[in-house]
Design a protein around this ligand. Structure first.
Ligand SMILES: *Cc1c(COP(=O)(O)O)cnc(C)c1O
Length: 429
């Protein structure tokens, strides 16, 4: 059906459909996707683009994957969904078993959610309910670092970066939490103990009212694509344990090998009390997430009335999502990504290096299968995206950042095209 999407259909989209973070009255341009295969997205007008985004960290194995398609089809023949209240099913149990085997030691109590933001809400509710149930009812606040991103729902939004996030828009209406400065020492730099001092001071001053600290381990994603030093995370684990505060690791973006480890917490060798996973969990096939905690937290919540955890999404444990997640974990385990991701990392280093010397570029950084070019100024998204599409690549810049996190199946040649296009576009005066 190439070239067949009508102007009328696109007009409808423009007038009636909201796209993420855009204006309804002056929307950014959109491109019509007709299909996607492997590392390519095919547009309705016949153009084929190398995907640099994995559809926001999700499609790690590429699109239209035969094994994932098969898993969905097989499950579809049995049942696409039944309620999880009072019923259970093999895909949910199988996925749970697999996750317990994969998670850092001790994280084995699983709550299935329908999206990453909900997983963060659930984590916050777990922390608050745990404190309530264990006689620590003064502990009602969260603490975090600046520069974070944890989703778009209410509690999640309240721990996003207070300046770059949505706080100003909802000032006075969001729950108020504690913010330490963004960790300054970057991944790979020499650790400087002064970096943790503000967080240490914050916890010392306010620990009696803090239920949990929530952070994205090592990689801050949508809050600025910043890679910080794992020692920061290790100290955070030590201090939260010392004060009896729960540590929530939001691995929604970093989980499933994106940084080169299965989970980014593993760079610091820490085990959080609660971990949120999502995005790549289903290999990018559908919206699904989980909040995983320890027996101590689960039993704490169960130990005093009402004893139940008060959350239960309609689509909790969706069988199609569980089945495709199992197939995605099979691919992760049987693949050679453990070898391939370090290769992608060195290719990104090499191919993005020329950007460092271009006027207007502030920083170039790479970790695992993530490459970031940080500009001095705000990027004109519509213009830069058009120029990249003309060069056959799909990248979605935001703020001052042009960044990529391609599917792990990308080849060196496709990486060359992707990075080459970025370097070329930002070199233009
Ligand atoms: C994307 C993201 C979320 C929110 O996930 P959704 O599925 O979009 O609700 C939360 N935390 C992090 C770190 C993310 O990258």
């Amino acid at each position: 059906m190439k070239g067949k999407i009508s102007d009328k259909a696109l007009e409808f989209d423009k007038k009636n459909l909201w796209h993420p973070y855009t204006s309804m009255t002056a929307p950014l341009p959109v491109y019509a996707a007709a299909g996607a295969q492997g590392v390519y997205i095919d547009l309705e007008d016949g153009r084929r683009l190398v995907d640099g985004m994995s559809s926001w960290w999700c499609a790690v194995h590429g699109y239209n994957h035969p094994a994932l398609n098969r898993a969905v089809r097989r499950q579809l023949r049995r049942m696409s969904h039944v309620m999880f209240g009072g019923l259970t099913h093999r895909p949910a149990i199988e996925l749970g078993r697999r996750l317990v085997g994969l998670m850092p030691e001790g994280l084995d109590r699983i709550f299935y959610c329908d999206s990453g933001s909900v997983a963060v809400e659930v984590a916050a509710k777990m922390a608050l309910q745990y404190m309530q149930a264990t006689g620590q009812s003064r502990r009602v606040q969260l603490a975090t670092v600046c520069g974070g991103y944890h989703g778009d729902t209410w509690q999640a939004m309240s721990v996003c970066d207070p300046v770059g996030g949505m706080h100003s828009l909802y000032a006075g209406r969001l729950p108020v939490h504690h913010f330490a400065p963004r960790p300054q020492v970057s991944f790979g730099a020499e650790w400087d103990p002064r970096d943790f001092e503000p967080m240490a001071a914050l916890l010392a001053a306010h620990h009696s009212t803090i239920a949990a600290v929530i952070v994205e381990p090592v990689v801050q994603g949508a809050g600025g694509m910043w890679f910080y030093h794992p020692v920061y995370l290790r100290l955070l684990r030590e201090y939260t344990s010392k004060y009896g505060i729960l540590l929530i690791a939001d691995e929604i973006a970093t989980g499933f090998m994106r940084t080169g480890k299965m989970f980014a917490c593993q760079w610091a060798g820490v085990v959080p009390d609660i971990m949120c996973i999502g995005k790549a969990l289903t290999g990018g096939y559908m919206s699904f997430a989980a909040t995983v905690t320890t027996p101590r937290v689960a039993e704490g919540i169960g130990s005093s009335p009402p004893g139940v955890f008060m959350h239960g999404p309609t689509f909790m444990g969706n069988p199609l999502a569980c089945a495709v997640a199992c197939a995605s974990l099979d691919l992760l385990e049987s693949s050679d990504y453990g070898r391939r991701i370090p290769q992608i990392e060195s290719a990104l280093h090499r191919l993005l290096a020329p950007a460092s010397s271009i006027d207007g570029v502030r920083d170039v950084r790479v970790l695992g299968a993530i490459g970031v070019v940080e500009m001095e100024r705000q990027v004109d998204v519509a213009q830069v995206q058009r120029m990249l599409v003309e060069r056959g690549v799909w990248v979605r810049p935001f703020g001052r950042l042009i960044y990529i996190m391609p599917p792990y199946i990308i080849t060196d040649r496709e990486l060359e095209q992707l990075c080459g296009a970025i370097v070329e576009v930002i070199s233009r005066p």
